[in-house]
Design a binder for this molecule. Structure first.
Ligand code: GLC
Length: 799
């Protein structure tokens, strides 16, 4: 009998010397004398997986994070053996495995060390729960910086910090508070001009120490499961993010309206209030595409029901709103009210769909409806049932989109704020406790929601939003950063969080603009809108009991400013959609912190505020009251001030004027920015011409415009329009070439080209090598050029 569990504690255990080596195609197995097995898999030339088993065994290989469609394959693979080590080589990397210690070292093909083990893999046996606490420590390289890790509300450079991942409902969280709503155990390291990434795919609570405890060491560990991590080599940061996103997946294109402006509140009800809000948007001519219904639309907070007193005929209301361009988004939570007369509860009980405690009773917890049970979304049968529950909402009532909230799962009135750790889960046939399933629970809920919504809005595209997420959730849903606060500090947090999420493979993200808790004043609200329109998901949401937060709630001056910026978002929709297309296709992050834009410039390594929207627009929000402008760092290269067309040379800090009606905004010289006219909602107008804002540069720059039907799936069969523009500027000449792909026919025939910063007077315009009459192509007399959308070359010269 064991009476003292301390006796079982063996301290840290380490692998010893390698006694066996086996190669199996793209996998390599190294076994140590004391039974540790290291499996190295070459996923791609720059992506390598490291996995460690103890006692000669691995656990079943299963992950919710990995996209089943992730690409694999390498162009070169070699394995050598020396006296002291094994060497695996791809066309990008070399991995050394030390024969005595099993420690690894990764370098590029020139021998530059990118990442190396300090103690490497070690572990502690866990008597209480079984299994191991699995640990990895690495040497922190000289001047190394760290980025990524999801929604952490802290400085973008994580050097010197320790964080952990355990998805949590954190109402009114504070700066540096950790953990928050997401668990994204992925970081990027940057040193000596080289970037790499590490994704520790382990759904238990995981911990990361970035040279916090010891300056020379960076480590990560998990409370259970396996030491199982992927290494991605850049050397550019954006390539690291792309490789990670390729592995864990990118979302499909959303309907374009999902990128419009959205208005939410907890809660708009009854129907007359929703209609009033809708009318006000149209009366005041403030563009808006979606209105949100929070929990109060439900009957006693029972999911998939309607409070018929507040919303007597939901279908009619949703149809009427839609006639005016509004899409209706409704909330669904995971907690199912314990109520024997509620059909969903009955179905779940009959089919045994609820999570159970270790000894058998159903897991119970309080949420909005009172006592609830929680479906086990890690069971495929439960997910299928859940998906089908959306049939009536989407296909019959006509709801357009769904947001899943409280899916950490959040439980009220208990100190842990979530399910007890002994709660059991199916984990897709790998039964587990909540310790292992907690971080992926919300992900599996929203995955089921996505399946259902997609099925029943078809042939249109789904929009689903989630609060909790684990790596890979981006395949199913967009997300927001939870219950923030209406303070200037939270505006700073929102800026950092969105950039960080984009660097963590999760670009479709936004904050509750203006703050969820408490009420902003007009100035803060306007400044937040000026940031929020540059976030991929753009929604105002607030907890209604703190006052109103509609664009018109702060007087006419603020209303006018807010309108102007929402209009700018609508003008930039083709640019934003192109950004999304790139994210969806290539995994390219939609927002780049400037360190990702120019990692060789060390000035960028500790900047938090400036970011690149897409590839060619530089934004830097104003984050304090009474500002008339701010100092900001302009990355290297030439940039046009959006408001004045003044050209500034980057590579330095600069004071930029931005009174309350402006935000510091710059366009990269050489860029061609596509714009639509302002619409009150996506699809309101037929686009008659595509505006191209052309920013002259001496040299070359490429720009892209992606378009399609803005909804539906025809684009998958070639019905898209992709235009690649190449601008070549010289002292007295500018040429734009267009390369077109795809079979989608845009509604417009003409480009309206607005030239910025042209250093010469236009004397001659040639289209596809034919001379034109200036009067014909420039009828407005203000330098605007009208040209057929089919041109292949436009040449403008002085003579
Ligand atoms: C949670 C959500 C918030 C929502 C509220 C009521 O706090 O984060 O967005 O409004 O619940 O449903």
């Amino acid at each position: 009998m064991i009476t003292n569990t301390e006796l079982e504690y063996k301290g840290n255990l380490y692998p010893n010397e390698i006694v066996n080596f086996v190669k199996d195609k793209d996998k390599f197995y190294f076994t140590t004398e004391n039974g540790v097995v290291l499996e190295i898999t070459v996923i791609q030339d720059r992506t390598i997986r490291f996995r460690y088993g103890t006692d000669h065994a691995f656990q079943p290989d299963f992950s919710y994070a990995i996209d089943p469609n992730a690409s694999r394959g390498y162009s070169h693979l070699d394995c050598l053996e020396t006296k002291t080590e094994y060497i695996i080589e791809t066309s990008k990397l070399q991995v050394l495995i030390d024969k005595k210690t099993l420690r690894t070292q990764i370098s590029d093909l020139n021998g530059n060390i990118i990442n190396e083990d300090e103690l490497g893999f070690h572990w502690e046996e866990n008597y209480e729960h079984g299994g191991n606490t699995v640990k990895m420590s690495k040497i922190t390289q000289h001047t190394e910086s760290f980025y990524g890790m999801g929604d952490k509300a802290t400085h973008s450079n994580l050097k010197g910090k320790r964080v952990n991942n355990w998805v949590m409902d954190q109402y009114a969280y504070a700066k540096d508070q950790d953990p928050l709503y997401k668990a994204i155990p992925f970081y990027i390291g940057l040193h000596s001009g080289q970037a790499y990434g590490v994704f520790f795919d382990n759904s238990f609570r995981t911990h990361f120490d970035f040279a916090h405890e010891r300056r020379s060491t960076t480590s990560f560990w998990g409370d259970g499961g396996e030491m199982n991590y992927y290494f991605f080599y850049g050397p550019e940061m954006h390539k690291v993010v792309r490789a990670y996103t390729n592995l864990t997946g990118a979302p499909e294109l959303p309907p374009l309206w999902a990128l419009g402006y959205h208005q939410s509140k907890w809660s708009y009800f009854p129907e007359s209030n929703v209609k009033e809000i809708a009318k006000k948007f149209r009366d005041l001519k403030i563009p808006c595409d979606a209105l949100y219904l929070d929990i109060d639309y439900m009957d006693g907070f029972r999911c998939f029901t309607w409070d018929k007193k507040k919303f007597p005929e939901p279908k009619r209301m949703i149809d009427e709103l839609y006639e005016d361009g509004f899409k209706t988004v409704v909330m669904i939570d995971p907690g199912i009210k314990v109520d024997k007369d509620y059909w969903i509860y009955q179905e779940a009980v009959e089919n045994d769909y609820f999570c159970k405690r270790a000894d058998g009773p159903r897991m119970k917890g309080k949420v909005w409806p009172g006592e609830c049970n929680f479906p086990d979304f890690t069971n495929p049968a439960v997910r299928e049932w859940w998906a089908e529950l959306y049939k009536e909402f989407m296909a019959e009532i006509g709801v357009h989109a769904v947001w899943n909230d409280m899916n950490e799962p959040a439980v009220m009135e208990v100190p842990t704020k979530t399910a007890p750790l002994d709660t059991r889960h199916d984990y897709d046939g790998h039964p587990s406790s909540h310790r292992k399933a907690h971080n992926i629970y919300g992900m599996q809920m929203v995955r089921a929601t996505y399946e259902g919504v997609k099925r029943y809005v078809y042939p249109k595209r789904p929009l689903v939003i989630t609060r909790a997420a684990y790596s890979g959730t981006q395949r199913f849903a967009s997300t927001w950063t939870g219950d923030n606060v209406a303070t200037w500090e939270h505006l700073w947090i929102a800026n950092v969080q969105m950039q960080r999420m984009c660097m963590s493979g999760y670009s479709f993200v936004g904050s509750d603009i203006g703050g969820f808790a408490e009420q902003p004043n007009g100035e803060l609200f306007a400044r937040w809108i000026q940031l929020g329109i540059f976030h991929p998901f753009c929604r105002v949401h607030s907890s209604g009991d703190h006052g109103d937060q509609e664009p018109w709630s702060f007087g006419t001056e603020i209303t006018d400013i807010v309108r102007k910026f929402i209009e700018l978002r609508y003008e930039l929709l083709p640019y934003l959609y192109t950004m999304f297309w790139r994210y969806s296709k290539e995994g390219t992050p939609m927002l780049l912190p400037i360190v990702c834009y120019d990692q060789e410039d060390t000035q960028t390594h500790f900047r938090t505020d400036e970011f690149i929207f897409g590839e060619q627009i530089l934004v830097c929000p104003i984050q304090e009251p009474n500002a008339k402008g701010r100092r900001m760092y302009i990355p290297r290269g030439d940039w046009y001030n959006y408001w004045t067309d003044e050209v500034v040379e980057g590579g330095k800090e600069k004071w930029v004027v931005a009174d309350i009606d402006k935000v510091p905004l710059f366009i990269k010289a050489g860029a061609i920015i596509p714009k639509y006219p302002v619409q009150q909602y996506v699809g309101e107008l037929e686009i008659k011409e595509l505006i191209l804002d052309v920013y002259f540069t001496e040299g070359t720059e490429n720009s892209t415009v992606y378009e399609d039907a803005e909804d539906g799936y025809a684009y998958e069969n070639g019905k898209f329009s992709l235009r690649n523009f190449k601008l070549l500027g010289k002292e007295k000449e500018m040429t734009i070439q267009q390369f077109k792909d795809g079979a989608f026919i845009t509604t417009y025939e003409t480009f309206k080209i607005k030239l910025h910063g042209l250093p010469f007077k236009i004397g001659k315009v040639e289209i596809d090598n034919e001379k034109t009459t200036i009067k014909d192509v420039m009828p407005d007399g203000d330098g605007t050029i009208y040209v057929s959308k089919d041109f292949t070359q436009l040449r403008i010269t002085e003579e």
